[in-house]
Design a protein around this ligand. Structure first.
Ligand code: SF4
Ligand code: SF4
Length: 589
């Protein structure tokens, strides 16, 4: 990792659209996602849900985080079948310094990430740009056979943080109002789309100027309950929004969390901090808050929901990440969040909108959701199930479509044709087995002995490694650096015949899309950091000049300047000029 981290620099919509068209024609991929991993709805199984009353054609999507930060991330998630997008949290401090690396997915999953790394105006451009690209791709003829006749409705859900003072600023208020009516931004984006020959005819595609009118509140760990109450009422009264409040797993109390993580699941290395519990909402106060806010929203004609859960604060016992504490996610968080869901449902009888309770408080769920537990998570009543840790594993966004195919298969195998009736079927089955609800049944399952998927024993194996130092050209070509990167910063080029290079593929990275999160470093089998060792391409002369270390400035598909040796510059130039070469098709900023 470099000492000074490069700022993320999004590619303009015009470049992204050109990349889509060029990659599709030369590689049958979009942002490195192969056509076989594009979700095509099953005409016989309706996976649709309602999110705060708005229809979503599938019940999954990226959780607010690295997969919902940039336009290409959102497009990738949509292609994989996501139809609910929790946009990355926007806050008043929009020039964050985050210690790197900030993602450690080698085992269960830890991070020290925070909110959007882009400025508020740049965030708006990414979110609105993604909405326009998705609308255009829905109608783009080459994708029709892969998407099917109707890709279905989707919802963008805003997220803001972290306190009332920040949320009340003009900057954050302006973000919310622009997302509610983005007409001016959309018009600017349409002009960019019109300049891309393969997409120009879609520049006037239908797009609702209201990009988002729901919001998930992210609060600091330790945010006082009165502050949460004040923020939610502000969002309802001032911004006329339906709101979800993200809750912390600390609501379970330190005794229960210790029992689950240390005693039941075996994660005795996890350093829980009493202060994290002392500062956070207690369970009883949390119940009062949910009741109060639900009543407040209902009295004003708004919907209200809770999200389970935020990550769990733990000490940095692994020493890989650049900050302390760090935030735990993955399988053990799934057990905590499921347990919390069951406890809240029991303490709020008839209030949560989950099977067996059938209330009106929607439960959004984001905690260690995977292909193997998605169906059980949805059977609990999760609406939607959003995903982060699993998408940071090899396969990345390509893991989404198989999840949905499995889900559709499970629903069909149970003799149902839609998610809603299947949930009722699963609830009946759970009651017949003696459980109060599907949720209680799932909790009993994930906390029972011998379930390796959640236990330390099933989550302690490190990624595979080989005894070889990573070189700029040539490697074992596992493709992991491409798929684990949330920003699609990496790409590959087939090694041209007669080049003299070893390996069938060469890997290169758009340095401007890399925030040095460290995820590719964690999964690369060779010794070394792919994001620093593989050729680092720049498309912006100023950014190229501002950086140090090896790098290649690429304009119109050709290397026009470089730092490093002449041979490497020649090889990069040859690779970009080869038949499947430059993914941008020669487009530049
Ligand atoms: S290239 Fe690697 S370090 Fe950079 S953003 Fe992608 S995964 Fe993170
Ligand atoms: S750089 Fe590492 S992660 Fe990327 S393809 Fe090569 S060996 Fe795999």
């Amino acid at each position: 990792m470099s000492d000074d981290t490069a700022p993320l620099t999004p590619m303009p919509l015009r470049v992204l659209a050109g990349r889509i068209a060029h990659e599709w024609s030369t590689r049958s991929k979009i942002f490195d996602l192969p056509n076989a991993r594009i979700w095509r709805p099953d005409a016989d199984i309706d996976l649709g849900i309602e999110f705060l009353g708005r229809p979503c054609a599938t019940p999954i999507g990226p959780a607010a985080g690295p997969h919902s930060q940039m336009a290409q991330n959102l497009v990738l998630a949509w292609l994989g079948g996501s139809r609910l997008f929790e946009l990355k949290t926007v806050q008043v401090i929009d020039d964050l310094e985050i210690a790197r690396p900030c993602i450690d997915m080698e085992t269960i999953g830890y991070n020290t990430e925070w909110s959007q790394e882009l400025s508020v105006p740049a965030s708006i451009d990414e979110y609105v740009g993604a909405a326009l690209l998705i609308a255009a791709l829905s109608r783009w003829e080459p994708l029709a056979e892969h998407l099917g006749p109707d890709p279905g409705r989707h919802v963008f859900d805003m997220s803001v943080g972290y306190d009332l003072a920040g949320i009340s600023t003009n900057k954050v208020a302006g973000f919310i109002s622009t997302m509610r009516n983005a007409s001016a931004v959309i018009e600017r984006m349409r002009t960019e789309l019109a300049s891309v020959p393969a997409m120009a005819h879609l520049a006037d595609v239908d797009l609702d100027p209201c990009i988002a009118d729901t919001l998930t509140l992210s609060t600091f760990h330790g945010c006082p309950p009165d502050e949460i109450h004040a923020i939610v009422t502000h969002l309802i009264d001032v911004h006329d929004l339906d709101v979800i409040v993200k809750l912390n797993p600390t609501l379970l109390g330190i005794d229960t969390v210790t029992q689950i993580l240390h005693d039941e699941l075996g994660y005795r290395d996890l350093q829980l901090r009493q202060s994290a519990f002392d500062d956070d909402l207690t369970f009883d106060r949390g119940i009062e808050l949910i009741e109060d806010l639900s009543a407040y929203a209902a009295a004003r004609g708004h919907r209200f929901g809770i999200k389970l859960t935020n990550t769990m604060v733990v000490g940095n016992h692994r020493g890989l990440l650049g900050d302390d504490p760090m935030y735990m996610s993955g399988p053990p968080l799934h057990v905590l969040a499921s347990t919390l869901c069951d406890r809240l449902a029991t303490a709020l009888p008839g209030r949560l909108a989950i099977p067996g309770h059938d209330g009106d408080i929607m439960v959004s769920f984001s905690a260690g959701v995977t292909r193997s537990n998605l169906a059980d998570t949805l059977a609990m009543g999760a609406n939607p199930a959003t995903i982060c840790s699993d998408l940071l594993k090899p396969g990345g966004y390509g893991r989404l479509a198989p999840m949905l195919r499995d889900l559709a298969g499970t629903i069909a195998a149970d003799g149902c044709a839609d998610l809603t009736s299947w949930r009722a079927h699963r609830q009946e089955a759970a009651v017949a087995e003696g459980y109060a609800s599907s949720c209680a049944r799932h909790v009993a399952h994930v906390r029972s002995d011998g379930i390796e998927a959640y236990h330390l024993d099933g989550n302690s194996k490190l990624p595979r490694s080989v005894d070889h130092d990573l070189d700029m050209f040539g490697c074992v070509a596992c493709n992991f650096c491409i798929t684990v990167c949330p920003n699609d910063a990496f790409f590959s080029i087939r090694t041209p015949d007669g080049s003299g290079l070893e390996a069938r593929q060469q890997y290169l990275v758009y340095a401007e899309l890399c925030n040095e999160c460290g995820n590719c470093l964690g999964f690369c089998p060779e010794r070394g950091d792919p994001a620093m060792i593989k050729p680092r391409l720049f498309t912006d002369p100023e950014l190229f000049a501002a950086r140090e270390g090896q790098g290649f400035l690429v304009i119109d598909g050709a290397v026009v300047d470089y730092r490093g040796d002449e041979d490497s510059a020649r090889i990069v130039g040859d690779l970009l000029a080869s038949p499947t070469g430059d993914p941008l098709g020669g487009a530049g900023r």
